[in-house]
Design a protein around this ligand. Structure first.
Ligand code: GDP
Ligand code: MG
Length: 437
């Protein structure tokens, strides 16, 4: 994995007093190898390391930082630059603004269409219409309908029509009539790039004149992703790239190669099957992720966004007074669930990604806990100290669990209470964010 390899190559520099021609050469060789192993095109990796070398040798080593840290910063900044420097927003011009989704079958177009609709609806407050343009796979229309109903977005379909260009045009007309201001057109893909698919997608593009054409590509396909991106770009001249399936093992390599081969910005990354598993692509954060610093900034932002500050203050007060009870406990679980997939969250913490690689955190990890708490009476939830053995037995029966399960939860609750009291009593400071200036 790229992160491990880069970590190792930085170790070579550790303890060295200065960045010299010799230790830079060693390190850069390792970095180049690591990049190539992560599916970065050879030429891209070579150009990249050559540039890093020029920057590194030209720098006076600051007294305060170790050469390894300095190299990390140079590599990080250069990586970010290679991936576009700054985040680029999605352009939504026109009435309605049309977003066209293209890519191979199975790349994640339909899933992403749903996520993007939800994102635009909630973050930008626009009226979004989804269009089912994949008429070849019988289940494709239903799939989009299911997603649409999950996120509360209308899906435009024409079950009998076999002409996707016509469907897209009709959908836009419909959107105008019904005052939708963003139309997302999901399209069909094939297993490999072929002429029929390219003709269809270019015809749709010519007909609907999208404000944004996004190319969706599965990050797990490695070097193939780069070739597919090139072929689509040659025909379609798309505006941005969406990298999907970046959950699990991080494959930053594709992001780097695609950007340098097609010279189009990466706009979103998709990291899960759930509708909220979508992130705006930030080159600097991706660079951090590749370098193993973890995407701490995203994590903090996401946590802040979801966590009601008022609620946090109220909790803190209760914790200090040792009044934290099961109602607060369940509220906390709700907060955590709102923040999305636990594994995604944990993998953003530096060092955790590696640890969690082979660990399975089920999505319903809280199910039993919630069942037990709902079997408590209001008084028990409010005053956990009254829960004696007889009550525990009743709670176990009511929640379909065992005494041992209830006891375990009570113990967990006590531990949480103690730990949180200690944290709240001290100074609740934001953790320092590595790699941020
Ligand atoms: P399409 O053929 O391009 O429309 O692809 P779909 O959206 O139907 O996705 C193909 C499969 O990949 C489905 O099983 C999705 O649930 C899954 N999928 C899509 N995006 C992601 C992602 O970001 N992470 C993971 N793990 N699975 C994804
Ligand atoms: Mg699809």
């Amino acid at each position: 994995n790229l992160t491990d390899k880069l970590e190792r190559s930085f170790k070579i520099l550790k303890g060295e007093g200065r960045i010299t021609e010799i230790n830079v050469a060693e390190t850069l060789k390792e970095i180049r190898r690591a990049l190539i192993d992560a599916d970065v095109n050879y030429k891209v990796a070579k150009t990249f390391t050559d540039e890093v070398k020029q920057k590194a040798l030209g720098q006076d080593v600051l007294k305060a930082v170790k050469p390894g840290q300095m190299m990390t910063k140079i590599v990080r900044d250069s990586l970010a630059e290679l991936m576009g420097g700054t985040a680029s927003d999605i352009r939504l011009d026109g009435t309605p603004a049309v977003v066209l989704i293209a890519g191979l079958q199975g790349s994640g177009k339909t899933t992403f269409s749903g996520k993007l609709a939800s994102f635009i609806k909630s973050r930008k407050g626009r009226q979004v219409l989804l269009v089912a343009g994949d008429i070849y796979r019988p289940a494709a229309i239903d799939q989009l309908k299911v997603l649409g109903s999950q996120i509360g977005v209308e899906v435009y379909t024409e079950e009998g029509n076999r002409n996707p260009v016509e469907i897209a045009e009709n959908a836009i007309r419909y959107a105008r009539q019904k005052a939708f201001n963003v139309v997302i057109v999901d399209t069909a893909g094939r297993l490999a790039v072929d002429e029929a698919m390219m003709q269809e997608i270019t015809a749709i593009k010519a007909a609907v004149k999208p404000s944004e054409t996004l190319f969706v590509v599965d990050a797990m396909t490695g070097q193939d992703a780069v070739n597919t991106a090139r072929e689509f770009n040659d025909r379609l001249d798309f505006d941005g790239v969406v990298l999907t399936k970046l959950d699990g093992d991080t494959r930053g390599g594709a992001a780097i190669s695609i950007r340098s081969v097609v010279d189009k910005p990466l706009k979103f990354i998709s990291n899960g099957e759930k509708m909220d598993a979508l992130q705006v692509f930030h080159p600097e954060r991706m660079a951090d992720r590749i370098l193993g610093m973890g995407d701490v900034v995203s994590l903090v932002e996401r946590a802040q966004e979801q966590f009601d500050e008022e609620e946090a203050r109220r909790l803190k007060k209760k914790l200090v007074k040792n009044q934290f009870n099961f109602n607060d406990f369940i509220a906390q679980i709700q907060q955590i669930k709102k923040m999305g997939n636990l594994k995604d969250l944990a993998s953003m913490i530096p060092g955790m990604g590696k640890m969690l690689k082979n660990v399975d955190i089920p999505d319903d990890v809280f199910k039993q806990t919630e069942a037990i708490i709902s079997s408590m009476t209001p008084a028990e939830r409010e005053h956990p100290e009254i829960i004696n053995a007889r009550r525990r037995e009743r709670i176990a029966k009511g929640s379909g669990t065992t005494m041992a399960d209830v006891n375990r939860l009570m113990k967990q609750f006590e531990d949480t209470r103690k730990m949180m009291k200690a944290v709240a009593g001290g100074n609740m400071k934001m953790p320092r964010i590595p790699g941020r200036r």
